[in-house]
Design a protein around this ligand. Sequence first.
Ligand SMILES: *Cc1c(COP(=O)(O)O)cnc(C)c1O
Length: 393
Amino acid sequence: MTTHLMNTYARQPVAFVRGEGAYLWDESGKRYLDAVAGVAVNGLGHAHPSLVKAISEQAATLIHTSNLYRIPKQEELADRLCALSGMDKAFFCNSGCEANEAAIKLARLYGHGKGIEVPTIIVMEKSFHGRTMATLTASGNRKIQAGFEPLLSGFARVPFNDIEAIRQVAEHNKSVVAVLVEVVQGEGGINVLAAEFLAELRQICDAHGWLLMLDEVQTGIGRTGTWFGFQHSGVVPDVIALAKGLGSGMPIGACLARGEAAEVFKPGSHGSTFGGNPLACAVALATLAAIEEDKLLENVRVRGEAIRNGLRQALASLPGVVDIRGEGMMIGIELDRPCAELVGVTRDAGVLINVTADKVIRLVPPLIYGDAEVNVLVAAVSGVVKNYLQQAA
Ligand SMILES: *Cc1c(COP(=O)(O)O)cnc(C)c1O
């Protein structure tokens, strides 16, 4: 192992050399069922034929030209994302933090346009929005902020799912311009935003002229069984941040906006050298097309429900299992104790899972799972959890 990598990740002692569908193979030839999907990125699984085709064809034609010129593939992707989401305009970047960074800058510019000198964005406890200075400031996680002070000003934090707290801020803070929230908190432990919270939040935003901005970096692009997580609620936001699943592993992010918010940026306000290049956009278009052709939204709803039901049947009665929750193929099993070591135990058993927020097993499988994968995942995870809870008892 090289010593020339900065020590930012405590990496697992395994390297994958090949993937196909929902499976990965390591250097020794051992096969694993993937329930991590590159952290909710590889929605189509590995080596999906339409991705391979889109990447090879586009790479052989044109990879990058810059945003100094028109990029037809980028225009096509903007049209498609706006049609699917009900937004009016798109800005393309390369990652989730950049998509949120664009949303934060957009909200500040929107506020200054209304004469608000110190625009404030309401953000949530336990949220995760990325690792840039603005997005780690917006995140409700001290661990990712510690040591990076001074943080930015202009954020007000409230508890997740607490509409009264938002009303309080509305009453006392006249500089609020926007609210930024995840529909299901991913890193924070698969915490689902209540549908009635989102509806009430929409009303408050309308009453005060605030932008409702959703960080759908993890929930977007089919992960929860609809194209976007907010589509379970009937509420329409003003701004949406996207990344992870959008490029199936090719780096791309997007900030979508509607109405007044869509007109805030002007030439020179914001930009990105790589953002929305022909290759990334071709892969994103192929991803969206495959989700539609392979009927994956329906698959996510059905298989996601099957995974949750299977886990509930096997685990719900055990003391030590606090909750089994989620939406679509974004599933959390909360235990009453830290459980990071289950990642290695489950990996040895040939299944890749993730643990977040110390005590929550996070399952974000590729959207393409069939019955066989559902059964193997449920059996492996419930077996490992049962053992773990018994040992410790
Ligand atoms: C992963 C994630 C991000 C950060 O995305 P990067 O591509 O790592 O910058 C932001 N918000 C949410 C909700 C995420 O899950």
